[in-house]
Write a protein of this length. Structure first.
Ligand SMILES: [Mn+2]
Ligand SMILES: [Mn+2]
Ligand SMILES: [Zn+2]
Ligand SMILES: [Zn+2]
Lengths: 130, 130
DNA sequence: TTAAAAAGTGATAATGATTATTAAATTTTA
DNA sequence: TAAAATTTAATAATCATTATCACTTTTTAA
């Protein structure tokens, strides 16, 4: 049942560059970065691979509400905070909200709910000091 | 500071029809409904008014992750569940998750977080029985 | 090892949701 | 009631994403 992916150079570079970043880039932001190593790569290839890699569980596709999709090389359980001013997306350590998560999951038991998506809003460091 | 909106017939009908529904329609779905009363109305007018009405706090704009925006005539505090199979959006009564909400809000205090967005995933009634 | 089959690529076109533009109409202001 | 402000309908433009397709690369399995 595991998805099988060919070993192409493009795929290798895409996942490698994504995993270097903590910025949760959009497909086109990552495209610009990958292009430095693979100048002939096309944006469609980046989109296609990000889609496949997230389907395979190797990366995360962040479908944040009301914004362009972003991608995350860190697949450990954690949440995100988006800055309403500049749009930056930052990690929030899971442990900070672990208890709330337990309560949410428990409340879910009584309903036909499979899971939830939770995202926070708050000014990033840059936008706080300006 | 309150936003002032002119009293146009289009605006009146849009909000009136939205408030009749519990289906959280998209702009184009509501457009089809409103068109029965105002056949000459344009889709752009529906988009513009939904935007203004939600900016004024008279309705809710639901920016659900990874899907077209939907609109809600019910501005009381509540959450939503989206069916991963058919895309339907249903209400979840706030009280069911009030305790979890308290925990989330408390955890937020220690961080520069202004608020959060929470949405659930689960098969709707139709999709469960098929 | 090699040839057929499968998967992936790059270039580009197409799609779909939303926003912008603009002249004309309506509503508000005073 | 006339000028100012807002809104409308029609339409064009934008922007993110997906689809298409001829060609190349990778995988499979004899
Ligand atoms: Mn992250
Ligand atoms: Mn609702
Ligand atoms: Zn910021
Ligand atoms: Zn369903």
């Amino acid at each position: 049942m595991t998805i099988k992916l060919s070993n192409t150079n493009q795929r290798r570079v895409i996942i490698e560059e994504l995993k270097k970043l903590t910025s949760h880039p959009t497909a086109d932001e990552l495209y610009e970065i990958v292009k430095e190593r693979l100048p002939k790569i096309s944006l469609g290839t980046v989109y296609r691979n990000l889609e496949q890699l997230s389907a395979a569980g190797l990366i995360w596709k962040l479908e944040l509400s009301g914004s362009q999709n972003r991608f995350d090389g860190n697949v450990e359980k954690h949440f995100h905070k988006r800055c309403p001013n500049c749009g930056a997306v930052e990690d929030i350590e899971y442990h900070a909200f672990a208890e709330a998560d337990r309560h949410l999951t428990n409340a879910c038991q009584n309903y036909a709910i499979e899971g939830y998506t939770l995202e926070f809003r708050g000014l990033c460091y840059c936008c706080q000091s300006s």
